[in-house]
Design a protein around this ligand. Sequence first.
Ligand SMILES: *Cc1c(COP(=O)(O)O)cnc(C)c1O
Length: 407
Amino acid sequence: MTKRNRPWGYNPNSSTPTSRELHPDTIAVRGGLTRTGFQETSEALFLNSGFTYDSAEQAEASFAETEEHHLYSRFSNPTVQMFEERLALIEGAEAAHATGSGMSAMFASVACLVSAGDRVVASGAMFSSCYVVLTEILPRWGVEVEVVIENTQDAWERALSKKAKAVFIETPSNPLMEIVDIAMVAKLSHSAGALLIVDNVMASPVLQKPLEFGADVVMYSATKHIDGQGRVLGGALLGSKEYIDQHLKPFTRHTGPSLSPFNAWVLLKSLETMEMRVHKMADSAFEIAKALSGAKGIAKVHHPFLDSHPQQQLAKRQMLKGGTTLALDLESKDRAFELMNRLEVIDISNNLGDSRSLITHPASSTHRRLDPETRMRMGIGDGTLRLSVGLENPADLIEDLVTALKR
Ligand SMILES: *Cc1c(COP(=O)(O)O)cnc(C)c1O
């Protein structure tokens, strides 16, 4: 990192440190930082929609892209760009593009690639809004979407024996932490002519790096672990320069799912502490998963690093830790509601990756939009709860859960 204080009208790519030069925790606080002439310590907030030009000629050159100059915050903004640059360095991706929410990132990730008549293949267990985009919205525009119900190599080989434009998977899945083999699906996707897009929200950039397993695009809801403090919505897509510049940006420029500079500024600060937060939350989640396994009143605990998880080996190959959330199967909806209502520390809320532990009943909240058969097929029962583990002391959380279960 040679030139840290860049002048106004800087070239945003001129002094980017590579991920090889610096350790991840250094990048988390310094990556992408561009200072103005005031030499402010922390990132400046450019809360402006437009930019001015010295002359009509400069405006023309900026639009013709012969001169590098921000045009309009729907296209780019210095604060948003700092967030994108820092996140790309953390992920180890060539390029990043930020969006206003995880769902706008998800929609754009596929929509920028497909035309009517194209084929998309998707994993069977996923966040319900992603499922609605894939199985209801895109098919309305003539995109054929095949969902791989059985998460086996055979089923993936069958689905990808025909040509496809994009493959979209979520691993681990929300809420049951089902794991898809990224390397296996990446190989099959490429031989079918498709790009592999991975929704990496549940793992976060800290615990899983899909690009290292051959994925082409990584998708985030920055609302979750990246903010991780329950404040702002945001999303991001990371991949090759070619995907971001040639496919994604021409789509988002005109359809407008831009990230607010204010939210980008909040998220930049969040990236500084993300690694510490996610490690602590993941350690606590595993501790709670072990403590609740076999507890009276709990039929099953879903956590990818537990011996009882059918894909534990695969999870350990792909992930550093088992994630910050776990799912609990109780006997019935009544029992699940009873447990939720008795908790004194853990809040009832449908967000995840937050510094506060949050519990939700997916069948009546986050996954309500799915028809009952799809929900059952995904394994989300009436008694299933999702617990997002926060930064509290895990002993207090276990005590809260065990006490609520006992009464
Ligand atoms: C929350 C979530 C999303 C959507 O993100 P928003 O920021 O809420 O739009 C997508 N995928 C997964 C797995 C999520 O948990």
